[in-house]
Write a protein that binds this ligand. Structure first.
Ligand code: SF4
Ligand code: MG
Length: 331
């Protein structure tokens, strides 16, 4: 069934941040085969932690992750090793993740050897095909990472992620280090590959324009929580959460006729290790109300049951929405 092709993530995921253990609270989302969920937010908001927790690169995980209807969490090491084939990651800096002393051929063969896939001659054939799929020539296989440009290296990183024919790929700032024109080429390549192979992507980026370009759904994160989640078009046309609005207002609008009011957030991002009480955004939110300090907001669906638009903010609580309506009616 179609549902079994979904990648489902839910619950509280624990992951190790740069130096400390960090939690991602209460997230729940699904990515369908061939679709991309973009994840945006400032650095330190937990995007990468979430991406790694989903792939089980971090331990422990208290939430649940399912791929194709089968759990990836709560399984033993052997089962996890087998399932790793289905989930891959592309990093921001492919150079750092490519061994400088190994040829591209060796690098691409490694996952196939590790998982003991096919006869050696078949492996070689698969790698030769892959390098062409990502837009490089076969000759590239005998070369070393330093002989390539940043964009080419990212293509190699993508080829490596594809060797095991994964169903799901986490791309963590995968184009952030590239020039804008090269970014566009790599993004287009990702889309083509996604269409061809039906891969689900979790696309993590601090760059809203990039996320808008590539995503079907978008999630916005703040201090380890997903504060808004909707279809990409809806989210960019009608951002609801005060944090999302502030993020978007910081992006220059190319059309001079469009009025854009820049929302400048006061204060620094609080430490994710001791997030503020109530709504974690209340210390910086231009719309904060007294209850925001005390009470953690629930997720509210501002969309329809079929096309959800989740917003974690008291402004969208049914009683609050009712209050607005009453006030409007009186005015
Ligand atoms: Fe702002 Fe309150 Fe909504 Fe949090 S719950 S985003 S503080 S209005
Ligand atoms: Mg990161």
């Amino acid at each position: 069934t179609r549902l079994s092709k979904h990648f489902h993530i839910g619950g509280n995921l624990l992951g190790r941040g740069k130096s400390t253990l960090r939690a991602v609270h209460d997230v729940s989302f699904e990515v369908a085969a061939g679709q991309t969920l973009g994840l945006v937010g400032e650095s330190g908001c937990g995007k990468s932690t979430l991406g790694r927790a989903v792939l089980r690169l971090h331990e422990p995980t208290s939430g649940t992750v399912e791929l194709d209807g089968r759990p990836v969490t709560g399984i033993d090491a052997k089962a996890l090793h087998a399932r790793r084939r289905e989930m891959q990651i592309i990093f921001q800096d492919p150079y750092a993740s490519l061994n400088p002393r190994r040829t591209i051929l060796d690098t691409l063969m490694e996952p196939l050897d590790l998982h003991n896939i096919g006869a050696p001659s078949e492996r070689r054939a698969r790698v030769e095909k892959l390098i062409e799929i990502v837009g490089l020539r076969k000759q590239a296989l005998s070369r070393y990472p330093h002989e390539f440009s940043g964009g080419q290296r990212q293509r190699i990183g993508i080829a490596r992620a594809l060797t095991l024919q994964p169903k799901f790929i986490v791309a963590d700032e995968a184009v952030s280090a590239l020039d804008v024109s090269v970014q566009a080429q790599v993004l287009n390549l990702i889309r083509e590959l996604q269409d061809e192979f039906g891969i689900a992507f979790l696309f993590i980026s601090h760059d809203l324009a990039v996320v808008q370009h590539i995503s079907h759904q978008v999630g916005v994160m703040y201090l380890g929580q997903m504060v808004e989640l909707a279809e990409a078009e809806t989210l960019f046309a009608q951002p609801r959460h005060p944090y999302t609005r502030a993020l978007m207002s910081a992006v220059p609008v190319p059309d001079p006729h469009t009025e854009s009011q820049r929302i400048v957030l006061s204060g620094d991002v609080p430490s994710p290790l001791s997030p503020p009480s109530g709504c974690p955004f209340h210390t910086r939110c231009p719309d904060a109300m007294p209850r925001c300090k005390e009470q953690e907001p629930d997720n509210h669906n501002c969309g329809t049951p079929e096309q959800a638009h989740w917003v974690r903010c008291h402004l969208y609580a049914p009683e609050q929405v009712g209050l607005h309506n009453t006030q409007d009616a009186r005015a």
